[in-house]
Design a protein around this ligand. Structure first.
Ligand code: AMP
Ligand code: GLY
Length: 422
């Protein structure tokens, strides 16, 4: 089967890496991909949000299945568009994608189907905002309703700041949002939990801890994620049972009930306090960089799992994992998540020894015609290692990044510090 992977990050490189191990895969295309994916599949450099143009390419390359990494094309309806053209798509429908595409939609689902989450209110004008925030204790969490590339949430320690942030959103700071969701602040520790769903059945597909802040010890501005480890040490058997019974199952039943059965990966961002999980957010895709570790630890054939999902045959399927934990450390262009220099050569990248337990996944890289690899995006590389302990995995992952000669290199050395360095 010819398969297209949509996206260009470390997540997509790791999905390509895992698919390459499947005997069911014939040709693999990454759209648009990066320097790393170009080593293992054919990159097609087009705008995947232009579905009409994309369709022409899929026909030309005889691509019969699309696996979608990022949320934007899913929220824009890539699944509905290509299913009508008889091309399979792994990812939820446009309507079901509202679980990530609209915070208000997600909160309404939680309310209607009794999913534990922060108390909230939907706001669409400033008068309503002024009235409502009086009823919330500080800090108040202000969220833009629509997609905002990870920049749509602020934790406000004064009501004035909350009003000012709400005004900015209502005045169009994020084009996707005309509404604001305000929430009570949840205390506790965050964890990520992933399931794969076929519309009727679901199977857990791993847990992880992400480090979203740019600085050591989780300080500084938010990023897409500077590193992660899996499994999450916060989620034991008892908590997992609660996550399934109180959060995942009512959500999936609810989605079915409202006529939008969920198919694809569902990623629950959770806050856990006193062994009680609450839902912070849903994402409709694998996390990046969490996916990179899951792809290294997953023993199943990924394509066969995806095909079972698309055919509604997940019931009774078993997922098996390499027992050892894994870590991934993101190397970013210095300056990220603010401004940074592009097109800086990464030397010695070809000397990195890679195997089943060690991979250097690419994200924002491009390969020049002369073969040189250049840093291009904010997050650039993901040093991903599975080992007998997290500490060993981190040491190995750091060594790989240490050996790269690249002027603009920045990475956190403390990923997993709450477990490794306690
Ligand atoms: P979201 O985009 O909804 O995941 O929010 C981004 C980040 O903001 C989360 O990973 C949390 O760290 C934080 N956050 C969001 N909502 C809340 C909340 N209700 N209470 C505390 N922290 C929150
Ligand atoms: N690593 C966080 C995310 O993928 O949303």
């Amino acid at each position: 089967m010819n398969i297209g992977i949509i996206g260009s990050g470390g997540r997509e490189h790791s999905i390509c890496y895992k698919l390459k191990k499947s005997k069911l895969v014939k040709n693999l295309f990454c759209i648009p991909g990066n320097a790393g994916t170009s080593n293992i599949c054919e990159n097609i450099n087009i705008d995947f949000n232009d579905f009409v143009k994309l369709h022409k390419v899929l026909l030309c390359k005889k691509i019969k299945l699309l696996i979608v990494g990022p949320e934007i094309p899913l929220v824009n309806g890539i699944t509905d568009f290509f299913e009508k053209k008889n091309i399979k798509v792994f990812g939820p429908s446009k309507k079901a994608s509202q679980l990530e595409g609209s915070k208000a939609f997600m909160k309404r689902i939680c309310k209607r189907f009794n999913v534990p989450t922060a108390k909230y209110k939907e706001i669409s004008n400033i008068r309503e905002a002024k009235r409502t925030i009086k009823k919330f204790n500080l800090p108040i969490v202000v969220k833009s309703d629509g997609l905002a590339s990870g920049k749509g949430v602020t934790i406000c320690h004064s009501r004035n700041k909350a009003i000012s942030d709400i005004k900015k959103i209502l005045n169009g700071k994020f084009k996707t949002s005309k509404k604001v969701v305000i929430e009570e602040f949840l205390k506790g520790e965050e964890a990520s939990y992933f399931v794969i769903c076929d519309g009727k059945n679901y199977i857990p597909i791993g847990s992880a801890q992400d480090h979203k802040r740019i600085g050591e010890k989780d300080t500084g501005p938010n990023t897409g994620g500077m590193g992660a480890y899996s499994p999450s040490f916060l989620i034991d058997k008892t908590i997992e049972k609660k996550i399934k019974k109180k959060i995942i199952e009512p959500t999936l039943k609810g989605m079915k009930k409202i006529g939008t059965p969920y198919k694809g990966i569902l990623y629950a961002g959770l806050m856990i306090e006193n062994s009680e999980p609450k839902l912070i957010e849903y994402n409709i895709r694998f996390g990046d960089p969490e996916c990179q570790i899951l792809m290294m630890r997953l023993k199943n054939d990924l394509l066969s799992l995806i095909l079972d999902t698309l055919e509604g045959k997940l019931k009774g399927k078993k997922i098996s994992w390499i027992k050892e934990p894994g870590i991934t450390i993101v190397a970013a262009n210095k300056g990220y998540p603010g401004k940074y220099k592009k097109n800086v050569e990464i030397k010695k990248i070809n000397f990195v020894k890679q195997n089943n337990k060690t991979q250097l996944f690419h994200a924002g890289t491009i390969k020049k015609l002369n073969g040189k690899v250049m840093s291009y995006g904010g997050r650039v590389l993901n040093s991903t290692v599975v080992s007998s302990s997290l500490k060993k995995a981190r040491n190995k992952a750091l060594k790989i990044l240490d050996q790269l000669e690249w002027d603009n290199k920045y990475y956190r050395k403390d990923i997993g510090f709450r477990i490794i360095d306690k």
